[in-house]
Design a protein around this ligand. Structure first.
Ligand SMILES: Nc1nc2[nH]cc(C(=O)O)c2c(=O)[nH]1
Ligand code: SF4
Ligand SMILES: [Mg+2]
Length: 247
């Protein structure tokens, strides 16, 4: 018999649930979360630096190689009616070619799970990933206020592929934005890659309820966002449980 500890591993920060998906088109839907370690970006306002930032966190303690079977046990423990698993990070697509990822996705299929991958949109997804019909992508390209060079954050090859998935209803683009300048940056990106308006989600910046709500109000006070036909998403988990991990 193959025990779960024999399944290939993934570098894991936390697995938790059931909770609600706090962001994007599935906001409010019950879900189990798998947070993988490491990121290829370093956003100034990142809300999960413990998943990648060795200057502020002890990554040896934060990130553990865990067998895919072990992660699947946690998903199964959420209960059968919970039919969404969110794969986040860090940047989970850094690990898409590992055997642990294939084992995890095969197992999630057996558990009848829809899968949402939270990605920064810099790494093209493999065919092995996109050919899985239940896998969708919440793509969050970083704007100038994340504090990095565009050459690092906006990767044309990857964005083209994600935009095609968005036109097929398999991906949405989710942008952290605070003001009109940010929204104009969003407009430039979605025009350049032909991302349909219905697939664009704007999310206020912040980790505290007061700041998130004020930022959301500012974004809606300017009619620009709604006139563009874009969607607004809260960070519902941050409103409900500010500063708490594994929520
Ligand atoms: N409840 C909840 N929803 C989320 N949506 C995206 C999350 C993330 O950290 O990527 C997240 C998270 O950490 N918790
Ligand atoms: S891409 Fe995401 S996980 Fe990586 S630093 Fe930026 S916000 Fe944090
Ligand atoms: Mg996040």
């Amino acid at each position: 018999m193959v025990s779960v500890t024999d399944t290939p591993t993934l570098p894991t920060v936390e697995v938790f649930g059931p909770t609600i998906q706090g962001e994007g088109p599935s906001t409010g839907r019950p879900a189990t979360f798998i947070r993988l370690g490491h990121c290829n970006l370093s956003c100034s306002w990142c809300d999960t630096p413990y998943s990648w930032d060795a200057t502020r966190h002890d990554l040896e303690a934060e990130i553990t190689d865990r067998p895919a079977g072990d992660l699947l046990d946690v998903v199964a423990a959420s209960g059968e009616p919970v039919s969404l698993t969110v794969l986040t990070g860090g940047e989970p697509l850094m690990h898409q070619r590992r055997p642990g990822m294939a084992a995890l996705l095969d197992g999630l299929d057996e558990l009848d799970q829809d899968v949402e991958v939270e990605t920064n949109g810099t790494i093209p997804p493999t065919d092995e990933l996109t050919q899985r019909p239940r896998v969708r992508f919440n793509v969050s390209p970083k704007l100038a206020h994340a504090g990095m060079d565009e050459k690092r954050t906006l990767r044309p090859g990857a964005l083209k592929q994600f935009a095609a998935l968005a036109r097929d209803g398999r991906a949405v683009f989710k942008f952290v934005a605070t003001d009109r300048d940010d929204l104009e940056d969003v407009r430039d990106i979605v025009r350049r890659y032909s991302v349909p308006a219905r697939a664009v989600w704007i999310m206020p910046e912040g980790t505290q309820p007061g700041q998130l709500l004020a930022s959301a109000r500012d974004l809606l006070t300017d009619p620009y966002l709604l006139r563009m036909g874009w969607n607004l998403t809260p960070r519902l988990h941050a409103l409900l449980w500010p500063n708490e991990r594994s929520r």
